[in-house]
Design a protein around this ligand. Structure first.
Ligand code: ADP
Ligand code: ZN
Length: 621
C-alpha cells in the first residue's frame, strides 16, 4: 500500500473505534491528524485546552498499534479516573501505583506479560525504576503518552522533579513513539517541555486555547459571601462547582457558612487529614451538585466533566493560574461560569505575599509582573476573553459575546482629574493613611480621625464630593491596580506614591477609568420568584421544554442508581450531554440509542435497557 492509503486505513480504523467504543460521531479539529501521526510511529507534542479531547489522541493509537500504551500521569486520582472511565467503555486499561495491594499489582503485571492490556497508567518515578524498565523491555510497546507534560517545567505551576527523568525514555526505547500532552499555554513552558523531553523532532499540534463555553465574569467585592450565595442560588442551583479561597481557614469558614444556608459545601485543603480530603473529593465526584470550597491545590487531577462553575473569592496570583483554575469548569463543553469577586485588599495581600516570599529579586519582579497582568484583566473594559487569549498569544479577532464586559459593556471615563486629587491628598497626608480615611477627607466627612489629625484644615478637605464613597473606592483600587499607587501592608494598608504617580501629579499623562457596574441586587420580586429546580445548564439547553426537563431529571435518577450500583461516579455511566440528548430525542430502541453521542457498544450493552425503559415509560405517560 502507498503511505496515503495506509494513512487512510488508519483513519478509517480510528473512526470505527471512535464510533464503536466512545459513541462519538466525528473527530475534533486536530484529533484525527494526531492519531494518524502516532499510529504511523511519529512523536507528537499536543497542546490543547482542557476539555479539548487530549485523551483520545493516545488512547486510540494505543488500541490500534500492537502492544500496550504506557501512559505517564502525575497523580493517582487522575489515573484512577481514566482507568475507571476506560473500563466502563470496555477498554482493557489498568494502572500500576502505590494504591494497589501486592496481589493486585501482580495481577496487572501478569496481564501486561500476557499482552492483555491496551493501556497501562503509571507515575514517572515508577516507570523509571530499573525493574519496570526491564519488564517493559520484554513487552511490545504501542507508545508512551506523557500526560500533563508541563509538570516537567520548572516555571510551570505543577513542577514534578520526577518528570525530568523521562528524558531518558527516548534512548532506552528509540523505536517507541512518544506523545506529550498539555493544556498549558505559555511559550516558555512549551519550549522547556520540548527541550527536557527531547521532543525536538516531534510534530507539534497546537489547538486554539479558547474555552468558548465558559462565561467569564469579574465583579467588585462588596459583600463576598452574599454575592457568592446569590450567584450560586440564582444561577447554579443543584450544580457542582468549585469555590477557591486563598487560605485554609477561609475555605472552612465559607464551607460552613454555605452549609448553614442549606447547600452541600465541603472544604478541601492540604491541612485536612488525608481521609477527610479523600472523602470530600469522593463526594464531589460521585454525588450530584456538591460544592467544594478549596485552596488552589484542589482540581489538578480532577477530570470531573460537569463542574458547572468555578468561583474565586480571592484573586489568584497570575493569569496562568486563573486560566487553569477556571478551566476546570465545563470540560463537557456545556455552558459553565467562571466568576470572581475582586477588590483592593486582594491586590495588597498578593503584593505582600510576593514581597515576603523567599524568592530572589528577579523572581519577585516576575511575580509582580504576572500579578499586574492579572489586574489588567480585572480592570479591563474590553472583552475578557480577548485579554486572556492575547496573554497566551492566541488572539481572538472579535469580542466574544460570552463574558461580562461583552454582555454588559463597561463605560469608561477620563479619571485624570480625580486621580490627581487622590494623589494630592496622599501627598498632603504624608502617605500615612488608607482608603477609608482618604475618602473621608476628599468627601469632607467630619470624623473623629479627621479632627484628631486636623485634616479638615487641608486644602483637599471636601475637594472630592463629586464622587460617592463607593466611587472613590473604585478609583483607589484602579490606581493601585495600574501601579499609580502602592499599598503598604506593614502600615495598615496605607497608600504610597510610586514613581508613576509623578506623571499624574505633574499632569504629564491622563488615565481612563472604568465605571464599576452597580452590584446586581435581586429585586424583591425576583428573589421571591421560585428558584429554578433544574441545574442551570439543563435549563439553558432545554429552555422551556418542560417535558424534556422532566425526562432529563428521571434519566439522572437512573444514572445515579446505576453509578451507586457499580461504584463509579455518575459521569462514568453517561455524561450530562448524553442524557440531554436522550431527553430531547427520546430514542425508543437500541438502534436509536446507538445514535446518541456518548453511547458506545459496551455502554449500550450494559446500561442501554435501563435508560430505554425510563424513556419508554415516560413517553407512554
Ligand atoms: P482533555 O484531556 O483535553 O481535558 P478529555 O480527553 O477529557 O479532554 O475530553 C474532554 C471530553 O470531550 C471528554 O468527555 C471526551 O470524551 C470528549 N470528547 C473527546 N473527543 C471527542 C469527540 N471527537 N467527540 C465528542 N466528544 C469528545
Ligand atoms: Zn467577551
Amino acid at each position: 500500500m502507498t503511505s496515503s492509503a495506509i494513512n487512510a486505513q488508519y483513519t478509517a480504523d480510528a473512526q470505527y473505534l471512535l464510533r464503536r467504543v466512545y459513541g462519538y460521531a466525528a473527530f475534533r479539529d486536530h484529533q484525527a491528524d494526531i492519531i494518524q501521526h502516532v499510529i504511523a510511529g511519529g512523536d507528537a507534542f499536543v497542546l490543547m485546552p482542557t476539555g479539548g479531547g487530549k485523551s483520545l489522541c493516545y488512547q486510540l493509537p494505543a488500541m490500534l498499534r500492537p502492544g500496550v500504551g504506557i501512559v505517564i500521569s502525575p497523580l493517582i486520582a487522575l489515573m484512577q479516573d481514566q482507568v475507571t472511565a476506560l473500563n466502563a467503555l470496555g477498554v482493557k486499561a489498568a494502572m500500576l501505583n502505590s494504591s494497589l495491594t501486592g496481589p493486585q499489582r501482580q495481577t496487572v503485571k501478569a496481564q501486561l506479560r500476557a499482552g492483555a492490556l491496551d493501556l497501562l497508567y503509571m507515575a514517572p518515578e515508577r516507570l523509571m525504576l530499573e525493574d519496570t524498565l526491564d519488564m517493559l523491555a520484554d513487552c511490545p510497546l504501542a507508545l508512551f503518552a506523557i500526560d500533563e507534560a508541563h509538570c516537567v517545567s520548572q516555571w510551570g505551576h505543577d513542577f514534578r522533579p520526577e518528570y525530568l527523568q523521562l528524558s531518558a525514555l527516548h534512548e532506552r526505547f528509540p523505536e517507541v513513539p512518544r506523545i506529550a500532552l498539555t493544556a498549558t499555554a505559555d511559550t516558555p513552558t512549551r519550549r522547556e517541555i520540548v527541550e527536557r523531553l527531547n521532543l525536538q523532532d516531534a510534530r507539534t499540534f497546537v489547538s486554539g486555547f479558547d474555552r468558548p463555553n465558559i462565561r467569564y465574569r469579574i465583579v467588585c467585592k462588596e459583600s463576598p459571601r452574599q454575592q457568592l450565595y446569590r450567584f450560586i442560588t440564582e444561577e447554579h442551583p443543584g450544580d457542582a462547582g468549585i469555590v477557591y479561597c486563598l487560605s485554609r481557614k477561609k475555605t472552612e469558614e465559607i464551607a460552613r457558612w454555605l452549609q448553614g444556608k442549606g447547600l452541600t459545601a465541603l472544604p478541601y485543603h492540604a491541612g485536612l487529614d488525608a481521609r477527610t480530603r479523600e472523602q470530600h473529593q469522593e463526594r464531589f465526584l460521585r454525588e450530584d451538585g456538591v460544592i467544594i470550597v478549596a485552596t488552589i491545590g484542589f482540581g489538578m487531577g480532577i477530570d470531573k466533566p460537569d463542574v458547572r462553575f468555578v468561583a474565586h473569592l480571592d484573586l489568584p496570583k497570575s493569569i496562568e493560574a486563573y486560566y487553569q483554575e477556571t478551566g476546570r469548569a465545563g470540560r463537557d463543553g456545556l455552558p459553565a461560569d467562571a466568576w470572581m469577586v475582586y477588590g483592593l485588599a486582594d491586590v495588597a495581600i498578593h503584593r505582600q505575599l510576593i514581597e515576603n516570599s523567599e524568592a530572589d529579586a528577579l523572581h519577585k519582579r516576575l511575580e509582580h509582573q504576572k500579578l499586574t497582568a492579572l489586574l489588567g484583566l480585572c480592570e479591563t473594559a474590553a472583552c475578557r476573553r480577548q485579554v486572556l487569549l492575547q496573554y497566551f498569544s492566541d488572539a481572538l479577532p472579535a469580542p466574544c459575546g460570552n463574558c461580562d464586559t461583552c454582555l454588559t459593556p463597561v463605560e469608561t471615563w477620563d479619571g485624570t482629574l480625580v486621580a490627581r486629587k487622590a494623589l494630592y491628598v496622599i501627598r498632603q497626608t504624608k502617605q500615612l493613611f488608607g482608603v477609608g480615611h482618604l475618602t473621608d477627607i476628599l468627601r469632607g466627612t467630619d470624623t473623629e480621625k479627621v479632627r484628631k489629625f486636623r485634616h479638615q484644615q487641608l486644602s483637599a478637605f471636601g475637594n472630592g464630593q463629586e464622587l460617592s464613597e463607593r466611587e472613590w473606592a473604585s478609583v483607589f483600587r484602579q490606581l493601585v491596580a495600574t501601579g499609580l499607587l502602592a499599598v503598604d501592608m506593614e502600615q495598615h494598608g496605607s497608600l504610597k506614591l510610586t514613581p508613576e504617580s509623578l506623571q499624574i501629579l505633574q499632569n504629564a499623562r491622563s488615565i481612563s477609568l472604568r465605571k464599576d457596574p452597580l452590584p446586581a441586587r435581586s429585586t424583591p420580586g425576583a428573589s421571591r420568584k421560585k428558584a429554578p429546580r433544574l441545574a442551570q445548564t439543563t435549563a439553558a439547553r432545554l429552555g422551556n421544554n418542560r417535558a424534556a426537563s422532566d425526562l432529563f431529571e428521571l434519566l439522572r435518577v437512573t444514572r445515579r442508581e446505576l453509578a451507586a450500583l457499580h461504584s463509579v461516579p455518575p459521569y462514568v455511566i453517561f455524561h450530562d450531554k448524553t442524557l440531554l440528548e436522550m431527553a430531547e430525542l427520546r430514542p425508543l430502541s437500541r438502534e436509536q440509542l446507538r445514535g446518541i453521542t456518548g453511547v458506545g457498544e459496551r455502554k449500550l450493552e450494559e446500561y442501554g435497557d435501563a435508560f430505554l425503559e425510563v424513556i419508554d415509560r415516560y413517553v407512554r405517560g
